[in-house]
Design a protein around this ligand. Structure first.
Ligand code: SDX
Length: 439
């Protein structure tokens, strides 16, 4: 796959002290142009300074496009709304990995290649035994996914495209199995092996909720809802966890170690951990009459409380995934006969109040993907501690697609940012008997 080279279309002129330099400006298929600063330090001695990367494009990519102002999300050019409605997760996984929608045969072959790898080595089970029963399943996932690299020595050489390919299939195939095992271990039930005649989402539900003692019927509403949620969470450009994958991968770390690093980054409540935090927040608010109190707290700079599931670094309008999930939420709760779910009613009222509030309007804080996913998961009897694990299962497709793209990029080199040093100036060592007591 050859990367589309950026086209220099403009030049930006920078004058600093006695120097004036021209810096290339590139524009891609869509979205903002970029100022190529690769020569900046060499020509001016300056670094850029951009904490949180608010104005930084870390790479070029062909995978996902986001327009935060217009609320647009495309996977390989296809709008997320159409994929959520018309596609399924395995087809979207193929699209993200290979760049185009598969033919029927390509899709069938891909599903078969994934199903060949849904089992994990039996010895992996012993890793689970080392965790406390009440360990957070994300802690388990960070551990066991990283440990997979000790089982698959035939897919660690990242310079070998064939090994990169098999590692990608293994990770996509095994994440649901490992995730379900983390859940089963937390409730003291036996692990359930994957059934390869089931779809990806059906298998996830089956491995989490079936037991060896009785036949288990998969709720088709749950399976469809989970498949749609997996599609919506599959990739999202250069977010914190994907950037973690790219940085870890840039050092040559094996793909299992990189995905473990991505799981760790996703865990944070400002990122993938927000879906779990939304439910905690709704339960803390408890009732509609307490909403004003929490809206006030969210606006109070002296109060660390934030409205979880609201706001986004990129979307300054409705997160298109939240729009899809909001609709799905209503449908699923209606179909399950729990449309009067008090948590959903509270969430809808909180959304209505926040969207009408001057603070949220002025700061362009809208519900994001995490605001509704937790409500659907709860309706499916999925425990809150598993919400971010399911996010990680879905995002593994995007992470490994971005990792493969980075490794194949001829411009790729180890990521090594610099800093603005504001520490002590040069000073000589002071023998301990000559040091002043700290006053
Ligand atoms: C995900 O990057 C991705 O693409 C992530 C993701 C993906 O798919 O990978 O989309 C998934 O992580 C979604 C986001 C989930 N996180 C949450 O819902 C947690 C709550 N949201 C906030 O923590 C926050 O909105 C962030 C972290 C999502 C974005 O933070 P930014 O871009 O750094 O924005 P900011 O913190 O600078 O906020 C701008 C202003 C601030 O006020 P001022 O300092 O300008 O006065 O808005 C305020 C913030 O205080 N603000 C909020 C708020 N979010 C931002 N105030 C109250 N409640 C909030 N939720």
């Amino acid at each position: 796959m050859t990367m589309v080279a950026p086209k220099t279309q403009h030049v930006a002129r920078l004058s600093y002290q006695d120097k004036t330099i021209d810096l290339p400006v590139y524009f891609g298929t869509d979205g903002p142009g970029v100022l190529d600063l690769q020569e900046l330090h060499k020509k001016t001695g300056l670094f850029t300074f951009d904490p949180g990367f608010m104005s930084t494009a870390s790479c070029k990519s062909e995978i996902t496009f986001i327009d935060g102002e217009k609320g647009i999300l495309l996977y390989r050019g296809y709008p997320i709304e159409q994929l959520a409605e018309k596609s399924d997760f395995m087809e979207v996984a193929y699209l993200l990995l290979y760049g185009d929608l598969p033919s029927k045969k390509q899709k069938d072959d891909f599903v078969l290649s994934i199903n060949k790898h849904t089992l994990v080595h039996e010895q992996v089970i012993s890793f689970y035994r080392g965790f406390r029963r009440d360990a957070h399943p994300m802690a388990v996932m960070v551990g066991v996914v990283g440990a997979l690299s000790s089982f698959y020595h035939d897919s660690l050489d990242i310079q070998d495209p064939a090994q990169r390919h098999i590692a990608a299939l293994r990770l996509i195939a095994k994440m649901p199995t490992l995730a379900a095992m983390a859940y089963k271990y937390s409730i003291g039930q036996p692990f359930v092996y994957p059934q390869n005649h089931l779809s990806y989402a059906q298998n996830m539900i089956y491995m989490m909720f079936s037991t060896p003692t009785a036949p288990y019927e998969i709720n088709p509403i749950w399976a469809k809802a989970l498949d749609r949620i997996l599609i919506l969470h599959a990739d999202h450009e250069q977010n914190a966890s994907t950037s973690t994958i790219r940085l870890a991968g840039s050092s040559g770390a094996n793909p299992f170690a990189c995905i473990a690093a991505g799981i760790a980054a996703l865990w944070g409540p400002a990122h993938g951990g927000a879906n779990e935090a939304v439910l905690g927040m709704l339960e803390e608010i408890g009732s509609i009459d307490r909403i004003p109190e929490f809206i006030q707290r969210a606006k109070d700079k002296n109060d660390p409380f934030r409205l979880m599931g609201f706001g986004h670094r990129v979307y300054k309008s409705y997160d298109p995934r939240a729009t899809v999930l909001r609709q799905s939420c209503h449908e699923i709760l209606e179909e399950l006969g729990i449309k009067d779910n008090p948590i959903l009613q509270l969430a809808l009222e909180l959304e209505r109040v926040a969207l009408a509030d001057e603070y949220f309007i002025e700061k362009k804080l809208y519900p994001n993907v995490d605001f509704y996913s937790g409500i659907i998961f709860k309706a499916m009897n999925i425990p809150v501690s598993m919400f971010t694990v399911l996010f990680a299962v879905a995002r593994t497709v995007g992470w490994i697609s971005q990792w493969k793209e980075m490794i194949a990029d001829p411009m790729q080199k180890i990521g090594r940012p610099r800093q603005l040093y504001v520490g002590k100036p040069y000073r000589d060592y002071i023998p301990i008997d000559k040091r002043q007591e700290e006053n």
